[in-house]
Design a protein around this ligand. Structure first.
Ligand SMILES: NC(=O)c1ccc[n+]([C@@H]2O[C@H](COP(=O)([O-])OP(=O)(O)OC[C@H]3O[C@@H](n4cnc5c(N)ncnc54)[C@H](OP(=O)(O)O)[C@@H]3O)[C@@H](O)[C@H]2O)c1
Length: 388
């Protein structure tokens, strides 16, 4: 008897209808009508498989990319229908005969490295471009053992905070260890211990700042949301209001931002910048790079293409780097930092499973004040009841 479950899907057909209604403007697409509840048949449990009851998930920005086809039409490329969701927290409800790391009742988080290369870096992302991968915006799921990590239930975070991290924390962790490593090739610790670190963006950006601040660096977060900037001030992270610089719409805005960064850093500029959005944010980040600076990003929300003056970057010894998601061991390492370093800002509403499409509309409209969480399970296991 196949196990059926309820799961959200994105179809090329729905997307085409909404794109037409939006008059061809992807930003006007109503994503809440593209992401819809569907029936999903789970595969039979194989020897290395784990069956999960999904407890909570976080909304991830790649669903917006998928539901508006703004990078590629991934639903079409996946055969017209995809089941999204590449970040989840769940309870193990069954394990295959060769599974050794997990038993029934364990609480786990997923990682979304769909196909590691020979160094562990993802060639494809689970529930996005990995063929046949089924995502976790569903009541139940079957995954292979290697895709799961035990949730650190005693890390001090509540359940929703933990559910915010499976995708964003490894991304931030990888960005940070890579940016710092590159900077240290040029300027070793004994020559300069304390760096100026800037991040733009939302969830990943704030976690990047937490890593930098935890190591004692002079850290800045540039975003529009006051709630988020205020939350980060509590970690000693200085907020910069991006709207004060009109989100870098003109050269004059970038100039004004550079002047402000010079003031904040005693003329030195930023040694490490995490961008996440590219587009005008990339230009602004590059403009404030100090000598030997490093500019990293794992996102391209505002533009897939960047241009820069290579002479200026050579003379300043600036490194521009493009990263993606972590390796599986890197995901384990990032999970160790839940609660001690990563204390995510959560949007003030925890959405119900039925309200997931509205959550994505609000993410698209950029009205959320922190990482959005969707509660999937009505009934929580006893082991986590004290964490809500
Ligand atoms: N490659 C990977 O493995 C990977 C992993 C995670 C994320 N990503 C990508 O990275 C990007 C950010 O991800 P995330 O999870 O941090 O997103 P998120 O939590 O949804 O945050 C996005 C936030 O960026 C902020 N932002 C800052 N400057 C902006 C600007 N100029 N225009 C629009 N928004 C701006 C907005 O907040 P304010 O209004 O407060 O400024 C917005 O809420 C997404 O495109 C995502 O797909 C890639």
């Amino acid at each position: 008897m196949p196990t059926m479950t309820r799961a959200y899907s994105i179809t090329a057909e729905r997307l085409a209808a909404e794109a037409e209604a939006a008059g061809g403007d992807p930003s006007a697409i109503d994503v809440s009508k593209v992401v819809a509840l569907d029936d999903l048949e789970l595969r039979d449990l194989g020897p290395n498989d784990v069956q999960l009851k999904i407890l909570a998930v976080s909304a991830e920005h790649n669903i917006d990319h998928a539901a508006t086809a703004d990078t590629i039409n991934i639903a079409e490329a996946r055969g017209g229908r995809m089941f999204p969701g590449n970040s989840a927290l769940g309870e193990v409800i069954a394990v295959g005969r060769d599974v050794t790391k997990f038993v029934d009742g364990d609480i786990v988080v997923t990682h979304c490295n769909g196909e590691p290369d020979e160094h562990g870096f993802p060639k494809r992302i689970w529930a996005y471009d990995m063929p046949d991968s089924i995502g976790w915006y569903s009541k139940e799921a079957v995954v292979e053992e290697w895709q799961l990590i035990k949730a650190p239930l005693d890390c001090g975070l509540d359940l929703w905070e933990m559910a915010a991290l499976p995708l964003r924390a490894p991304t931030a962790y990888h960005l940070w260890r890579r940016a710092l490593g590159m900077y240290r090739v040029k300027v070793p610790y004994e020559r300069q211990a304390r760096l100026n670190v800037l991040s733009f963006g939302g969830g990943v950006g704030e976690l990047f700042c937490m890593l930098a601040a935890a190591e004692g660096h002079n850290t800045f977060f540039c975003a529009g949301s006051k709630e988020r900037r205020d939350a980060l001030e509590e970690f000693g992270i200085t907020g910069i209001d991006q709207k004060q610089f009109n989100r870098f719409a003109t050269r004059d805005d970038v100039k004004a931002f550079s002047k402000e960064v010079k003031r904040l850093t005693d003329g030195e500029g930023m040694h490490i910048v995490c961008d996440m959005l590219r587009g005008p944010v990339f230009e602004a980040g590059l403009a404030v790079a100090g000598r030997c600076g490093v500019n990293v990003s794992a996102g391209w929300q505002l533009s897939q293409v960047v241009t820069y003056n290579s002479t200026i970057q050579s003379v300043k010894q600036v490194t521009i780097d493009h990263t993606h998601y972590e390796t599986p061991p890197g995901c384990d390492a990032a999970t160790e930092l839940y609660g001690s370093v990563f204390k995510p800002t959560i949007h003030d509403e925890v959405y119900s499973f039925e309200d997931l499409p509205r959550c994505f509309k609000e993410m698209h409209d950029n009205t959320q004040t922190g990482i959005p969480i969707i509660r999937v399970a009505d009934e929580l296991p006893d082991s986590v009841k004290h964490l809500v």
